[in-house]
Ligand binder design. Sequence first.
Ligand code: IPM
Ligand code: MG
Length: 371
Amino acid sequence: MTKANKTLLMLPGDGIGPEVMEEVRRVIAWLEKRRGVTFAVTEDLVGGAAIDRHGAPLADETMAKALEVDAVLLGAVGGPKWDNLDFARKPERGLLRLRKEMELYANLRPAICFAALADASTLKRELVEGLDIMIVRELTGGVYFGTPRGIETLPDGTRRGVNTQVYTTPEIRRVAAVAFELAAKRQGRVTSCEKANVMESGVLWREEVQKLHDERYKDIALSHMYADNCAMQLVRNPKQFDVIVTDNLFGDILSDEAAMLTGSLGMLPSASLGAVDASGRRRALYEPVHGSAPDIAGHNAANPIATILSFAMALRYSFDLEEEAQRIETAVKDVLAKGMRTADIMQKGAARVSTSVMGDSILLALDRLAA
Ligand code: IPM
Ligand code: MG
């Protein structure tokens, strides 16, 4: 495979998506110029932008492209303009379709507290300083996709809403394996979360994770925790965790909570990974954890760091460019240490900068690191 074969599909989406994606484009241009790595980048629509053009949140051609490329980088989807559409046509469905059809079953959401931002957390500095948790959220199963689902009207005129929480052995094992593999490269600890005290699917989850551990990952320290307790422990003593593995719905909630601990939702990247295919390639989608922030869209005020760090994760997990990934992460830390802040992470005495000036600063830091 030649270097130019690194294919990347950019889906900027809605709200601040296009603005933050623009800063990634500049980082890519820097890598091409200064590091000689080249990417074949294509761009397309997702979410509300796709609804406006095609009448659907993800066109079939876009879906086909996403299945072809080495990695997809997504900005954000959604906004008030599309809030009243029915469920199946909402911008979010575009994202859910990508996750489902690309079979991106493992969602990696790091919650890292940057030293320069520890005071921005709602928790005390000593609780969050140095925090580095990896949440592995199951992403293609559970109550998000289980059937039966729907809203029905009963004979007496009242209504009934149904969703189904369902997991199978292979679905649990493949996501747990990702968590164990990650833990092996970190502190070697996995906490698996469910509600085995009230749900059969939780009992199965616990048993299957334990079984896989005993068969293949004995050297990892595995513990089980009820999801509600995990939510509590995350604010009580978050540094007790290394890797947390959990289902789709609990993962949605716990990852938002963990993100907030870091004091900087606008800083956090994520990766969604599928299975490794016969050619050794793993389907993958990268996106910031934050949303489309329609209130500040178009004002050059958004924080581009989460999207830039999502691209760094793509370098690490899809393009085998660990060194370049670390270079970008170091550049981000440098810029924060120098006191550069977008509005979302503004602190007393720091310099408030726009989206594009934050991008400029990161490029300058990259220049310094490469010098
Ligand atoms: C997330 C979001 C999505 C989810 C929404 C936008 C469908 O909250 O990625 O965490 O619930 O998975
Ligand atoms: Mg969420």
